[in-house]
Design a protein around this ligand. Structure first.
Ligand code: 3SK
Length: 512
Protein backbone atom coordinates (compact mmCIF):
# COMPACT_ATOMS: atom_id res chain seq x y z
CA UNK A 1 0.00 0.00 0.00
CA UNK A 2 1.38 3.47 -0.86
CA UNK A 3 1.70 6.13 1.83
CA UNK A 4 -1.09 8.72 1.94
CA UNK A 5 0.57 11.99 0.79
CA UNK A 6 -2.35 14.18 1.89
CA UNK A 7 -0.57 17.18 3.43
CA UNK A 8 -2.98 17.12 6.40
CA UNK A 9 -1.56 13.78 7.59
CA UNK A 10 1.97 15.13 8.05
CA UNK A 11 1.09 18.68 9.12
CA UNK A 12 -1.85 17.87 11.44
CA UNK A 13 -2.54 14.26 12.39
CA UNK A 14 1.12 13.29 12.97
CA UNK A 15 1.23 15.53 16.07
CA UNK A 16 -1.24 13.37 17.95
CA UNK A 17 0.96 10.28 17.61
CA UNK A 18 3.93 12.47 18.59
CA UNK A 19 2.25 13.53 21.86
CA UNK A 20 1.35 17.16 21.10
CA UNK A 21 -2.43 16.91 21.51
CA UNK A 22 -2.48 19.44 24.37
CA UNK A 23 0.01 21.86 22.90
CA UNK A 24 -1.33 25.20 21.61
CA UNK A 25 -1.04 25.38 17.83
CA UNK A 26 -2.80 28.75 17.38
CA UNK A 27 -3.41 31.56 19.86
CA UNK A 28 -5.57 34.58 18.96
CA UNK A 29 -4.14 37.94 19.99
CA UNK A 30 -7.40 39.81 19.35
CA UNK A 31 -11.13 39.07 18.98
CA UNK A 32 -12.19 36.31 21.39
CA UNK A 33 -8.54 35.50 22.20
CA UNK A 34 -9.09 31.76 21.85
CA UNK A 35 -6.51 28.97 21.76
CA UNK A 36 -6.59 25.96 19.46
CA UNK A 37 -4.58 22.92 20.52
CA UNK A 38 -3.09 20.37 18.15
CA UNK A 39 -5.62 17.82 19.47
CA UNK A 40 -8.62 20.04 18.71
CA UNK A 41 -7.15 20.97 15.34
CA UNK A 42 -6.92 17.30 14.36
CA UNK A 43 -10.48 16.58 15.55
CA UNK A 44 -12.12 19.71 14.14
CA UNK A 45 -10.48 19.37 10.73
CA UNK A 46 -11.74 15.77 10.48
CA UNK A 47 -15.20 16.96 11.50
CA UNK A 48 -15.21 19.83 8.99
CA UNK A 49 -14.21 17.30 6.29
CA UNK A 50 -17.13 15.12 7.42
CA UNK A 51 -19.49 18.11 7.23
CA UNK A 52 -18.34 18.79 3.65
CA UNK A 53 -19.11 15.16 2.71
CA UNK A 54 -22.49 15.36 4.44
CA UNK A 55 -23.21 18.41 2.30
CA UNK A 56 -22.31 16.46 -0.86
CA UNK A 57 -19.02 18.25 -1.56
CA UNK A 58 -16.84 16.17 -3.86
CA UNK A 59 -13.09 16.01 -4.43
CA UNK A 60 -11.56 18.99 -6.25
CA UNK A 61 -14.53 21.26 -5.51
CA UNK A 62 -13.30 24.67 -4.45
CA UNK A 63 -13.96 26.00 -0.94
CA UNK A 64 -13.45 29.77 -1.07
CA UNK A 65 -12.27 31.34 2.19
CA UNK A 66 -12.59 35.04 2.97
CA UNK A 67 -11.50 34.45 6.53
CA UNK A 68 -9.47 36.54 8.91
CA UNK A 69 -6.48 35.15 10.80
CA UNK A 70 -8.56 33.41 13.49
CA UNK A 71 -8.69 29.79 14.65
CA UNK A 72 -11.34 28.78 12.10
CA UNK A 73 -8.87 29.53 9.29
CA UNK A 74 -6.67 26.45 9.84
CA UNK A 75 -9.71 24.28 10.59
CA UNK A 76 -11.40 25.13 7.28
CA UNK A 77 -8.17 24.99 5.26
CA UNK A 78 -6.92 21.63 6.56
CA UNK A 79 -10.45 20.21 6.86
CA UNK A 80 -10.98 20.91 3.15
CA UNK A 81 -7.65 19.19 2.36
CA UNK A 82 -8.71 16.16 4.40
CA UNK A 83 -11.90 15.96 2.31
CA UNK A 84 -9.89 16.21 -0.95
CA UNK A 85 -11.58 19.54 -1.68
CA UNK A 86 -9.51 22.59 -2.69
CA UNK A 87 -9.39 25.47 -0.19
CA UNK A 88 -8.95 28.85 -1.87
CA UNK A 89 -7.91 31.46 0.72
CA UNK A 90 -8.67 34.95 -0.57
CA UNK A 91 -7.26 38.31 0.50
CA UNK A 92 -9.57 39.84 3.15
CA UNK A 93 -8.90 43.41 1.97
CA UNK A 94 -10.47 43.30 -1.50
CA UNK A 95 -13.51 45.11 -2.91
CA UNK A 96 -16.89 43.48 -3.65
CA UNK A 97 -16.11 43.70 -7.35
CA UNK A 98 -12.85 41.76 -7.06
CA UNK A 99 -14.52 39.16 -4.83
CA UNK A 100 -17.17 38.71 -7.49
CA UNK A 101 -14.47 38.16 -10.14
CA UNK A 102 -12.56 35.63 -8.01
CA UNK A 103 -15.62 33.73 -6.82
CA UNK A 104 -16.88 33.41 -10.39
CA UNK A 105 -13.44 32.51 -11.76
CA UNK A 106 -12.83 29.80 -9.12
CA UNK A 107 -16.39 28.39 -9.37
CA UNK A 108 -16.23 27.70 -5.65
CA UNK A 109 -19.24 25.74 -4.40
CA UNK A 110 -18.80 26.68 -0.72
CA UNK A 111 -17.78 30.06 0.64
CA UNK A 112 -16.65 30.57 4.24
CA UNK A 113 -16.63 34.18 5.46
CA UNK A 114 -15.71 35.93 8.70
CA UNK A 115 -18.78 37.74 9.96
CA UNK A 116 -17.30 41.26 9.95
CA UNK A 117 -16.46 40.94 6.24
CA UNK A 118 -20.02 40.11 5.27
CA UNK A 119 -20.99 43.64 4.15
CA UNK A 120 -18.32 43.69 1.47
CA UNK A 121 -18.81 40.04 0.46
CA UNK A 122 -22.62 40.07 0.20
CA UNK A 123 -22.83 42.16 -3.03
CA UNK A 124 -20.20 39.87 -4.59
CA UNK A 125 -22.35 36.74 -4.40
CA UNK A 126 -25.58 38.11 -5.84
CA UNK A 127 -26.19 36.14 -9.04
CA UNK A 128 -23.31 33.70 -8.42
CA UNK A 129 -24.42 30.44 -10.06
CA UNK A 130 -21.84 28.12 -8.46
CA UNK A 131 -22.16 28.65 -4.71
CA UNK A 132 -24.25 26.01 -2.93
CA UNK A 133 -23.60 27.22 0.62
CA UNK A 134 -22.29 30.36 2.29
CA UNK A 135 -21.00 29.72 5.80
CA UNK A 136 -20.53 32.66 8.10
CA UNK A 137 -18.21 32.44 11.09
CA UNK A 138 -20.25 34.30 13.72
CA UNK A 139 -23.91 35.34 13.48
CA UNK A 140 -25.26 34.16 10.15
CA UNK A 141 -27.27 36.77 8.19
CA UNK A 142 -30.36 35.50 6.37
CA UNK A 143 -29.60 33.42 3.26
CA UNK A 144 -26.40 32.10 4.86
CA UNK A 145 -25.65 29.28 7.26
CA UNK A 146 -23.64 29.50 10.41
CA UNK A 147 -20.28 27.77 10.18
CA UNK A 148 -20.92 26.21 13.59
CA UNK A 149 -24.29 24.75 12.57
CA UNK A 150 -22.84 23.43 9.30
CA UNK A 151 -20.18 21.50 11.20
CA UNK A 152 -22.20 20.42 14.25
CA UNK A 153 -22.78 16.68 14.61
CA UNK A 154 -20.83 15.75 11.45
CA UNK A 155 -18.97 12.45 11.62
CA UNK A 156 -15.20 12.94 11.57
CA UNK A 157 -13.43 11.40 8.58
CA UNK A 158 -9.83 10.47 7.82
CA UNK A 159 -7.79 12.42 5.30
CA UNK A 160 -8.59 11.17 1.82
CA UNK A 161 -5.76 9.29 0.10
CA UNK A 162 -3.87 11.37 -2.45
CA UNK A 163 -0.53 11.29 -4.19
CA UNK A 164 1.93 14.17 -3.80
CA UNK A 165 1.15 15.67 -7.22
CA UNK A 166 -2.59 16.07 -6.61
CA UNK A 167 -3.93 19.58 -6.38
CA UNK A 168 -4.24 20.76 -2.80
CA UNK A 169 -5.10 24.48 -2.71
CA UNK A 170 -5.14 27.64 -4.79
CA UNK A 171 -3.99 31.14 -3.93
CA UNK A 172 -5.07 34.15 -5.93
CA UNK A 173 -2.14 36.28 -6.97
CA UNK A 174 -2.75 39.80 -8.16
CA UNK A 175 1.00 40.44 -8.31
CA UNK A 176 1.95 44.00 -9.09
CA UNK A 177 -0.32 44.18 -12.14
CA UNK A 178 -3.62 43.78 -10.35
CA UNK A 179 -5.17 40.92 -12.36
CA UNK A 180 -6.14 38.03 -10.06
CA UNK A 181 -4.91 34.63 -11.24
CA UNK A 182 -5.64 31.34 -9.45
CA UNK A 183 -2.27 29.73 -8.67
CA UNK A 184 -2.74 25.97 -8.21
CA UNK A 185 -0.49 24.19 -5.69
CA UNK A 186 -0.08 20.47 -5.04
CA UNK A 187 0.01 18.50 -1.78
CA UNK A 188 3.82 18.18 -1.61
CA UNK A 189 4.58 21.92 -1.98
CA UNK A 190 3.96 23.06 1.59
CA UNK A 191 6.21 20.36 3.00
CA UNK A 192 8.93 21.32 0.52
CA UNK A 193 8.86 25.00 1.60
CA UNK A 194 8.69 24.06 5.30
CA UNK A 195 11.70 21.77 5.00
CA UNK A 196 13.81 23.95 2.70
CA UNK A 197 13.18 27.43 4.08
CA UNK A 198 11.40 26.89 7.43
CA UNK A 199 13.80 24.25 8.74
CA UNK A 200 16.82 24.80 6.47
CA UNK A 201 17.13 28.59 6.74
CA UNK A 202 14.97 29.81 9.64
CA UNK A 203 15.75 26.76 11.75
CA UNK A 204 12.23 26.76 13.26
CA UNK A 205 11.73 24.34 16.17
CA UNK A 206 8.91 23.11 18.35
CA UNK A 207 9.86 25.71 21.00
CA UNK A 208 9.29 28.69 18.71
CA UNK A 209 6.38 31.11 18.98
CA UNK A 210 5.77 32.74 15.61
CA UNK A 211 4.02 35.97 14.76
CA UNK A 212 3.62 36.96 11.09
CA UNK A 213 2.14 40.30 10.07
CA UNK A 214 1.57 38.80 6.61
CA UNK A 215 -1.86 37.18 6.85
CA UNK A 216 -2.36 33.49 6.09
CA UNK A 217 -4.27 34.09 2.85
CA UNK A 218 -0.97 35.28 1.37
CA UNK A 219 1.69 32.70 0.40
CA UNK A 220 4.29 34.34 2.64
CA UNK A 221 1.90 34.27 5.62
CA UNK A 222 0.67 30.75 4.84
CA UNK A 223 4.21 29.46 5.33
CA UNK A 224 5.19 31.73 8.22
CA UNK A 225 2.03 31.44 10.29
CA UNK A 226 0.70 28.05 9.33
CA UNK A 227 2.72 25.43 7.50
CA UNK A 228 6.15 26.16 9.07
CA UNK A 229 4.97 26.18 12.71
CA UNK A 230 2.73 23.14 12.09
CA UNK A 231 5.64 21.28 10.50
CA UNK A 232 7.47 21.21 13.86
CA UNK A 233 4.66 21.54 16.42
CA UNK A 234 5.33 25.22 17.26
CA UNK A 235 2.78 27.89 18.28
CA UNK A 236 1.45 30.70 16.05
CA UNK A 237 0.01 34.00 17.27
CA UNK A 238 -2.93 35.08 15.11
CA UNK A 239 -4.07 38.68 14.67
CA UNK A 240 -7.36 39.24 12.84
CA UNK A 241 -7.01 43.02 12.75
CA UNK A 242 -4.46 45.46 11.36
CA UNK A 243 -0.88 45.23 12.56
CA UNK A 244 -0.16 48.88 13.43
CA UNK A 245 3.14 49.50 15.25
CA UNK A 246 1.33 49.81 18.62
CA UNK A 247 -0.50 46.53 18.08
CA UNK A 248 2.71 44.74 17.05
CA UNK A 249 4.56 46.07 20.11
CA UNK A 250 1.67 44.87 22.31
CA UNK A 251 1.97 41.40 20.75
CA UNK A 252 5.74 41.38 21.41
CA UNK A 253 4.97 42.25 25.04
CA UNK A 254 2.06 39.87 25.65
CA UNK A 255 3.01 36.83 23.55
CA UNK A 256 6.79 37.00 23.39
CA UNK A 257 7.24 35.64 19.86
CA UNK A 258 10.65 34.19 19.10
CA UNK A 259 10.23 34.54 15.31
CA UNK A 260 8.71 37.63 13.72
CA UNK A 261 7.84 37.74 10.02
CA UNK A 262 7.32 41.21 8.59
CA UNK A 263 7.39 43.19 5.36
CA UNK A 264 9.65 46.17 4.60
CA UNK A 265 6.94 48.84 4.98
CA UNK A 266 6.08 47.62 8.43
CA UNK A 267 9.70 47.25 9.49
CA UNK A 268 10.22 50.88 8.42
CA UNK A 269 7.16 51.96 10.44
CA UNK A 270 8.25 49.92 13.51
CA UNK A 271 11.76 51.40 13.39
CA UNK A 272 10.31 54.94 13.13
CA UNK A 273 7.86 54.24 16.01
CA UNK A 274 10.57 52.74 18.24
CA UNK A 275 12.89 55.70 17.54
CA UNK A 276 10.08 58.03 18.62
CA UNK A 277 9.45 56.02 21.78
CA UNK A 278 13.18 56.18 22.44
CA UNK A 279 15.52 53.40 23.52
CA UNK A 280 15.94 49.85 22.40
CA UNK A 281 13.38 47.05 22.54
CA UNK A 282 15.24 43.79 22.98
CA UNK A 283 12.65 41.08 23.66
CA UNK A 284 12.77 37.30 23.22
CA UNK A 285 12.86 37.57 19.41
CA UNK A 286 15.60 35.35 18.00
CA UNK A 287 15.06 35.94 14.27
CA UNK A 288 13.01 38.07 11.89
CA UNK A 289 12.20 37.47 8.25
CA UNK A 290 11.23 39.92 5.54
CA UNK A 291 9.80 39.47 2.05
CA UNK A 292 7.28 41.12 -0.25
CA UNK A 293 9.85 43.57 -1.55
CA UNK A 294 13.54 44.13 -0.98
CA UNK A 295 14.33 45.39 2.52
CA UNK A 296 16.23 48.70 2.40
CA UNK A 297 19.69 48.34 3.95
CA UNK A 298 19.11 51.30 6.22
CA UNK A 299 15.92 49.78 7.69
CA UNK A 300 17.66 46.43 8.32
CA UNK A 301 20.59 48.09 10.09
CA UNK A 302 18.43 50.37 12.24
CA UNK A 303 16.19 47.43 13.19
CA UNK A 304 19.21 45.41 14.27
CA UNK A 305 20.51 48.19 16.48
CA UNK A 306 17.09 48.87 18.09
CA UNK A 307 15.79 45.32 18.47
CA UNK A 308 19.08 43.45 18.76
CA UNK A 309 18.09 40.81 16.23
CA UNK A 310 18.72 40.34 12.52
CA UNK A 311 16.19 40.35 9.73
CA UNK A 312 16.84 37.77 7.05
CA UNK A 313 15.56 39.37 3.89
CA UNK A 314 14.45 37.03 1.12
CA UNK A 315 12.40 36.84 -2.00
CA UNK A 316 9.66 34.41 -2.89
CA UNK A 317 6.54 34.33 -4.97
CA UNK A 318 3.03 32.95 -4.87
CA UNK A 319 4.02 30.75 -7.83
CA UNK A 320 6.94 29.21 -5.84
CA UNK A 321 4.82 29.28 -2.65
CA UNK A 322 7.54 30.73 -0.44
CA UNK A 323 11.08 32.11 -0.28
CA UNK A 324 13.75 30.68 -2.60
CA UNK A 325 16.47 33.34 -2.32
CA UNK A 326 17.46 34.59 1.10
CA UNK A 327 20.01 35.88 3.54
CA UNK A 328 20.92 33.39 6.29
CA UNK A 329 21.15 33.79 10.05
CA UNK A 330 24.78 34.74 10.71
CA UNK A 331 25.42 35.57 7.03
CA UNK A 332 23.53 38.74 6.25
CA UNK A 333 24.32 41.46 3.74
CA UNK A 334 21.65 44.14 4.18
CA UNK A 335 20.58 45.61 0.86
CA UNK A 336 20.77 42.19 -0.87
CA UNK A 337 18.37 39.26 -1.14
CA UNK A 338 21.19 36.87 -0.24
CA UNK A 339 21.79 33.49 -1.89
CA UNK A 340 19.61 30.70 -3.29
CA UNK A 341 17.91 28.65 -0.55
CA UNK A 342 19.45 25.13 -0.70
CA UNK A 343 17.06 23.00 -2.76
CA UNK A 344 16.39 25.79 -5.28
CA UNK A 345 18.42 26.84 -8.33
CA UNK A 346 18.27 30.27 -9.92
CA UNK A 347 19.45 31.82 -13.21
CA UNK A 348 19.68 35.44 -14.39
CA UNK A 349 18.95 35.83 -18.09
CA UNK A 350 18.78 38.60 -20.67
CA UNK A 351 15.97 39.10 -23.20
CA UNK A 352 17.40 36.26 -25.35
CA UNK A 353 17.39 33.88 -22.39
CA UNK A 354 21.20 33.96 -22.22
CA UNK A 355 22.85 33.99 -18.77
CA UNK A 356 24.11 37.45 -17.82
CA UNK A 357 27.50 38.03 -16.16
CA UNK A 358 28.43 39.31 -12.70
CA UNK A 359 27.00 42.78 -11.98
CA UNK A 360 24.77 42.67 -15.07
CA UNK A 361 21.01 42.98 -14.71
CA UNK A 362 18.90 40.02 -15.79
CA UNK A 363 15.50 38.46 -15.14
CA UNK A 364 15.46 35.94 -12.30
CA UNK A 365 14.34 32.39 -13.11
CA UNK A 366 13.94 29.78 -10.38
CA UNK A 367 13.62 26.01 -10.22
CA UNK A 368 12.60 23.98 -7.18
CA UNK A 369 10.16 21.48 -5.71
CA UNK A 370 7.44 23.94 -4.64
CA UNK A 371 6.58 25.47 -8.00
CA UNK A 372 2.88 25.69 -8.78
CA UNK A 373 1.11 23.40 -11.20
CA UNK A 374 0.03 26.46 -13.25
CA UNK A 375 -2.66 29.11 -13.29
CA UNK A 376 -6.31 28.17 -13.45
CA UNK A 377 -7.75 28.70 -16.91
CA UNK A 378 -4.88 30.97 -18.05
CA UNK A 379 -2.97 28.92 -20.58
CA UNK A 380 -1.05 31.85 -22.03
CA UNK A 381 0.06 33.15 -18.65
CA UNK A 382 0.92 29.61 -17.52
CA UNK A 383 3.05 28.97 -20.59
CA UNK A 384 5.01 32.18 -20.26
CA UNK A 385 5.59 31.84 -16.49
CA UNK A 386 6.10 28.09 -16.02
CA UNK A 387 8.67 27.01 -18.59
CA UNK A 388 9.40 23.36 -17.97
CA UNK A 389 11.11 23.10 -14.60
CA UNK A 390 11.89 26.83 -14.55
CA UNK A 391 9.57 29.58 -13.31
CA UNK A 392 10.03 33.15 -14.53
CA UNK A 393 9.70 35.61 -11.67
CA UNK A 394 9.41 38.90 -13.60
CA UNK A 395 11.98 40.36 -11.16
CA UNK A 396 15.23 41.96 -12.31
CA UNK A 397 18.35 41.18 -10.28
CA UNK A 398 22.09 41.45 -10.49
CA UNK A 399 24.60 39.07 -8.91
CA UNK A 400 27.53 40.56 -7.02
CA UNK A 401 31.07 39.18 -7.18
CA UNK A 402 30.30 37.37 -3.87
CA UNK A 403 27.32 35.66 -5.54
CA UNK A 404 24.67 37.66 -3.64
CA UNK A 405 21.57 38.83 -5.46
CA UNK A 406 20.60 42.51 -5.52
CA UNK A 407 17.07 43.48 -6.48
CA UNK A 408 16.73 45.98 -9.35
CA UNK A 409 12.95 46.12 -9.81
CA UNK A 410 10.10 44.41 -11.61
CA UNK A 411 10.73 43.70 -15.26
CA UNK A 412 7.69 45.80 -16.12
CA UNK A 413 8.68 48.68 -13.77
CA UNK A 414 12.11 49.38 -15.34
CA UNK A 415 12.34 52.26 -17.79
CA UNK A 416 14.98 54.10 -19.81
CA UNK A 417 16.09 57.69 -19.35
CA UNK A 418 18.29 59.03 -22.13
CA UNK A 419 18.69 55.44 -23.31
CA UNK A 420 19.95 54.13 -19.94
CA UNK A 421 17.95 51.76 -17.76
CA UNK A 422 16.65 53.16 -14.49
CA UNK A 423 15.55 50.88 -11.69
CA UNK A 424 12.77 52.66 -9.73
CA UNK A 425 13.90 50.65 -6.75
CA UNK A 426 17.38 52.20 -6.76
CA UNK A 427 15.92 55.74 -6.82
CA UNK A 428 13.48 54.83 -4.05
CA UNK A 429 16.34 53.49 -1.90
CA UNK A 430 18.19 56.77 -2.31
CA UNK A 431 15.07 58.74 -1.35
CA UNK A 432 14.40 56.78 1.82
CA UNK A 433 17.93 57.40 3.04
CA UNK A 434 16.71 60.96 3.68
CA UNK A 435 15.87 61.18 7.42
CA UNK A 436 12.44 62.76 6.78
CA UNK A 437 11.27 60.17 4.23
CA UNK A 438 9.29 57.08 5.27
CA UNK A 439 8.51 55.58 1.85
CA UNK A 440 8.84 56.43 -1.82
CA UNK A 441 7.69 55.12 -5.19
CA UNK A 442 9.21 56.11 -8.50
CA UNK A 443 7.59 55.83 -11.94
CA UNK A 444 8.39 57.14 -15.43
CA UNK A 445 6.71 60.45 -16.28
CA UNK A 446 6.72 62.29 -19.60
CA UNK A 447 8.28 65.77 -19.62
CA UNK A 448 7.09 68.61 -21.85
CA UNK A 449 8.92 67.01 -24.81
CA UNK A 450 7.24 63.65 -24.16
CA UNK A 451 10.49 62.08 -22.87
CA UNK A 452 10.35 59.82 -19.82
CA UNK A 453 12.04 60.91 -16.60
CA UNK A 454 11.68 59.64 -12.99
CA UNK A 455 8.85 61.05 -10.87
CA UNK A 456 8.78 60.32 -7.12
CA UNK A 457 5.81 59.94 -4.81
CA UNK A 458 7.02 60.42 -1.27
CA UNK A 459 5.47 59.67 2.14
CA UNK A 460 7.06 61.63 4.98
CA UNK A 461 7.61 60.28 8.48
CA UNK A 462 5.15 61.42 11.18
CA UNK A 463 5.83 64.96 12.31
CA UNK A 464 7.87 65.86 9.17
CA UNK A 465 6.75 68.53 6.76
CA UNK A 466 7.76 69.85 3.36
CA UNK A 467 10.01 72.38 5.10
CA UNK A 468 12.19 69.54 6.49
CA UNK A 469 12.98 67.78 3.24
CA UNK A 470 15.19 70.44 1.63
CA UNK A 471 15.99 69.61 -1.94
CA UNK A 472 15.25 65.92 -2.34
CA UNK A 473 16.24 66.04 -6.00
CA UNK A 474 19.78 67.16 -5.11
CA UNK A 475 19.88 64.60 -2.30
CA UNK A 476 19.26 61.78 -4.82
CA UNK A 477 21.50 63.29 -7.52
CA UNK A 478 24.42 63.25 -5.09
CA UNK A 479 23.88 59.61 -4.30
CA UNK A 480 23.03 57.80 -7.54
CA UNK A 481 23.77 60.04 -10.50
CA UNK A 482 22.53 62.77 -12.73
CA UNK A 483 20.05 61.01 -15.01
CA UNK A 484 18.30 59.00 -12.29
CA UNK A 485 17.18 61.76 -9.95
CA UNK A 486 13.41 62.45 -9.79
CA UNK A 487 12.49 65.54 -11.84
CA UNK A 488 9.21 65.81 -9.92
CA UNK A 489 8.51 65.01 -6.25
CA UNK A 490 4.92 64.72 -5.03
CA UNK A 491 4.17 64.32 -1.31
CA UNK A 492 1.39 61.80 -0.61
CA UNK A 493 -0.10 60.32 2.56
CA UNK A 494 0.29 56.69 1.40
CA UNK A 495 1.26 54.54 -1.58
CA UNK A 496 -0.88 51.94 -3.38
CA UNK A 497 0.31 48.48 -2.29
CA UNK A 498 -0.57 44.80 -2.53
CA UNK A 499 -1.48 42.91 0.64
CA UNK A 500 2.18 42.12 1.21
CA UNK A 501 3.37 45.64 0.90
CA UNK A 502 4.58 45.50 -2.72
CA UNK A 503 4.23 48.97 -4.22
CA UNK A 504 1.78 48.94 -7.14
CA UNK A 505 3.69 51.33 -9.38
CA UNK A 506 1.34 50.57 -12.25
CA UNK A 507 -1.43 52.41 -10.36
CA UNK A 508 0.76 55.51 -10.10
CA UNK A 509 1.71 55.22 -13.79
CA UNK A 510 -1.96 54.96 -14.71
CA UNK A 511 -2.68 58.22 -12.88
CA UNK A 512 -0.51 60.03 -15.46
O1 3SK B 1 6.94 38.52 -2.26
C1 3SK B 1 7.59 37.65 -1.74
O2 3SK B 1 8.79 37.80 -1.55
C2 3SK B 1 6.94 36.35 -1.29
C3 3SK B 1 7.57 35.60 -0.34
C4 3SK B 1 7.02 34.42 0.07
C5 3SK B 1 5.86 33.97 -0.44
C6 3SK B 1 5.21 34.71 -1.38
C7 3SK B 1 5.75 35.92 -1.83
C8 3SK B 1 5.00 36.69 -2.89
Amino acid sequence: MTENKNAAVWFIDRHIAEGRADKVAFREADGDKRDLTYGRLARETSQFAGALYRHGVRREERIAMIVRDQIEFPVVFWGALKAGAIPVPINTLLSSQVYETILTDSRASILVVSQDLWDVVEPAIQGNQYLRAVLVIGDAPSGTESYTAFTAGADPVDAVDVNEDELAFWLYSSGSTGLPKGVRHVHSSMRATAELFGHGVVGITEDDVVYSVAKIFFAYGLGNAMSFPLSVGATTILLGGRPTPDVVFDIFEAHKPTIFCGVPTLYAALVAAQEQRGGANKGPLRLCTSAGEALPRDVGERWKSLFGVDIIDGVGSTEMLHIFLSNRPGDIAYGTSGLPVPGYEVRLVDEHDEEVGTSEVGELLVRGPSSADGYWNRRNNSQSTFQGHWTRTGDKYERTAEGRFVYCGRTDDMFKVSGIWVSPFEVEQALIEHPAVLEAAVVPWADEKGLEKPKAYVVLKDGQSEAEIGDLKEFVKDRIGMWKYPRWVELVSDLPKTATGKIQRFKLRESA
